[in-house]
Design a protein around this ligand. Sequence first.
Ligand SMILES: Nc1ncnc2c1ncn2[C@@H]1O[C@H](COP(=O)(O)OP(=O)(O)OP(=O)(O)O)[C@@H](O)[C@H]1O
Ligand SMILES: [Mg+2]
Length: 238
Amino acid sequence: MSPILTIEDLSAGYGGRAILDGVNLQVHPGEIMTIIGHNGAGKSTLLRAVFNLVPSRSGRISLEQRDVWALPSDRLLLAGIAYIPQHRSVFPRLTIEENLQMGGYLVRDKAVLADCIARVLDLFPILKARAGQYAGLMSGGEQRMLEIARTLLQDPKLIMLDEPSIGLAPKMVDAVFDNVRLLRAQGKAILMVEQNVKKALSISDRAGVMELGSLRIQDQASRLIDDERVVRLYLGKR
Ligand SMILES: Nc1ncnc2c1ncn2[C@@H]1O[C@H](COP(=O)(O)OP(=O)(O)OP(=O)(O)O)[C@@H](O)[C@H]1O
Ligand SMILES: [Mg+2]
């Protein structure tokens, strides 16, 4: 199967400071690829660089073999890339339903949009039960689910998630990861950054370890869980 996302020799940084150093990776349809690594390793910078949000970059990025390097973020969204940043991005003073409508702003036909929102809400019972409530009143985990649900309205090919489990109680982490699997089941390509290494690897197909801006190891997630270096550096003390 040909990849949805191909990153070749990607380097990036802020001002004069180089962060990413020659990253190569691919993500395929129906695949969860997870990047782990210590704080400051450059994981968020990788996702931001793909979404053209980093000031200096070099390399090549293609979406389904199409070169998307020069596209600004809004065009990348149109081309089929969704990005959920590390920090929460729901509109707190809008209701859940209104947040979903914002996510579906590209859908011109109101009846079609209402239909899409109804279908997405069927997938997320927690959101459906509280569709009229302000998003800002929901728990962190529920807000994450809303972010995930909202991306579905853009019908993206690739979804980039930056630490979806950050700050969540274990039960909510499981619920959010169930939603990530649901995205995979819909054939989306998923590029996820996570520090909850054990759980993230257990739902991932492939994974990579980022150290000082380089992807040092890339392998099947099931193999990385047992990799001696990963166990020592990321799983040992848990
Ligand atoms: N806007 C910015 N301007 C300058 N330096 C930045 C900026 N954003 C990040 N950095 C630096 O780039 C490096 C990588 O940051 P990045 O956020 O990509 O790391 P990370 O792996 O996502 O870390 P964490 O696990 O803490 O989220 C860090 O040294 C950080 O201080
Ligand atoms: Mg980060």
